[in-house]
Write a protein that binds this ligand. Structure first.
Ligand code: C5P
Length: 317
C-alpha cells in the first residue's frame, strides 16, 4: 500500500522530474521616457531609460502534466489566470520555440501592483520565461530568450536584463547603461486603481492630434550624464516622462500626489511609465523613509514602498 505523501515529500523532485525553480523579478520605472511617432503596427517609437527597482514578484515553476498558473498577493482574484495572462503566454511561447510540450505548474507571488506603470505583467512574463527555461533546461542563449521576450511585450526584454538600460524601438531593444556602481533611493506611491497603458498612449495621440503642446522629452544625454555623476540633486532635474501629461489628463487627482513632492521634501516626483504609480527621488535611505512616512500621512496615495535601484533582472534564486 502506498502511504500518502506529506508536503515535504511532494516537494522532493522525483526521478525524471526536474526540481522546482524559483525566480525573482523586479519592477521597473522609467527615468526618461520619450514617446515618438505612432507606427503602422500600433506601437509608438520610444526612447527610454529603464531602471529596475527592488520591488519583486516571484514565480515558482514545477514539473506538471499540463500548464497551470495559480497566484497569491497583490491583485489575486483580479488577474486572469488563463491564456491572456502574460506568464502563461511566456511559457507557451518558450515551449513553441523549443519544440516541447508547455507543461509546468506556475505559482506567482505578486507584490508589483497590476496596471501601475511598473510593468508588473511584463515582469511576470520575464520571470515565467526564465523559470521555464531553467525547469526545461532548454539551453537557449540569452539573445534567443530576449527575442522571445520581445514577442511577449515591449518591456519584457528589459525585465530579463535588469539594471539600468536604454530602450529603443517600441522599448524592446535594450542596451545596458554603463553607469558606475551607485545605489539610488526611490519612494513609490501607489494609487487605488490602475491605468490602462493603451488608453494612456491613445490619450497622447489625441492630445497631439488636437495640437495640445505638451513639452516633449529630448535626448536622454543629460540624464545619462547625471547617472554618471552619482548626485541625486543633479539626477532630479533630468527625470522626464512624456506619458505624464496624458496620464494626468485621464486621472487628474494624480496631480495632488505629484505636487506633494515639495511638501514631503522629495528631490523630484514623476509618474512611472503610463502611471498611475508616482516615483519620488530621495537623497538616501533615511530620506526615502521620511518621504514615505509623509506621503502615507498626507493621504495622497493608497500606500508607499521604499525601493532602491538598479537591481538585477529576472533571476533564479
Ligand atoms: O508591448 P505591450 O504589450 O506592453 O504594450 C501594451 C500597449 O501599450 C500596446 O498595445 C500599445 O497600445 C501601447 N504601446 C505603444 N507603444 C509602445 C509600447 C506600448 O503604443 N512603444
Amino acid at each position: 500500500m502506498t502511504e500518502p505523501l506529506d508536503e515535504a515529500e511532494r516537494e522532493r523532485p522525483r526521478l525524471g522530474r526536474a526540481a522546482p525553480v524559483r525566480v525573482r523579478v523586479p519592477a521597473k520605472i522609467n527615468l526618461h521616457l520619450r514617446v515618438g511617432d505612432l507606427r503602422p503596427d500600433g506601437f509608438h517609437e520610444l526612447s527610454t531609460v529603464y531602471h529596475a527597482v527592488s520591488l519583486y514578484d516571484e514565480i515558482t515553476a514545477r514539473s506538471g502534466d499540463t500548464l497551470t498558473l495559480t497566484m497569491e498577493g497583490e491583485g489575486a482574484g483580479h488577474l486572469p489566470l488563463d491564456e491572456s495572462n502574460l506568464a502563461i503566454r511566456a511559457a507557451r511561447l518558450l515551449a513553441e520555440h523549443t519544440g516541447r510540450p508547455p507543461y509546468a505548474r506556475l505559482h506567482l507571488r505578486k507584490n508589483i501592483p497590476i496596471a501601475g506603470g511598473l510593468a508588473g505583467g511584463s515582469a511576470d512574463a520575464a520571470a515565467a520565461l526564465v523559470a521555464c527555461d531553467a525547469l526545461w533546461n532548454t539551453g537557449l542563449t540569452r539573445d534567443h530568450l530576449a527575442d522571445i521576450a520581445a514577442e511577449i511585450g515591449s518591456d519584457v526584454p528589459f525585465l530579463v536584463l535588469g539594471g539600468t538600460a536604454l530602450g529603443t524601438g517600441r522599448g524592446e531593444r535594450v542596451s545596458p547603461v554603463l553607469a558606475p556602481g551607485h545605489t539610488w533611493h526611490w519612494v513609490l506611491a501607489f494609487a487605488d486603481d490602475g491605468l490602462s497603458t493603451p488608453e494612456v498612449y491613445a490619450e497622447i495621440d489625441r492630445r497631439r492630434a488636437n495640437g495640445i503642446a505638451d513639452a516633449v522629452a529630448g535626448e536622454a544625454d543629460m540624464l545619462l550624464a547625471a547617472l554618471r555623476q552619482r548626485d541625486p540633486e543633479i539626477l532630479a532635474a533630468t527625470l522626464v516622462n512624456d506619458l505624464q501629461a496624458p496620464a494626468l489628463a485621464l486621472r487628474p487627482e494624480l496631480m495632488r500626489t505629484l505636487m506633494a513632492a515639495d511638501d514631503v521634501d522629495a528631490l523630484a516626483g514623476v509618474i512611472s511609465g503610463s502611471g498611475p504609480t508616482c516615483v519620488f527621488l530621495a537623497a538616501d535611505s533615511r530620506h526615502a523613509a521620511a518621504i514615505a512616512a509623509s506621503l502615507e500621512r498626507s493621504g495622497v496615495c493608497r500606500s508607499t514602498a521604499t525601493v532602491t535601484g538598479p537591481v538585477a533582472g529576472a533571476r533564479v534564486v
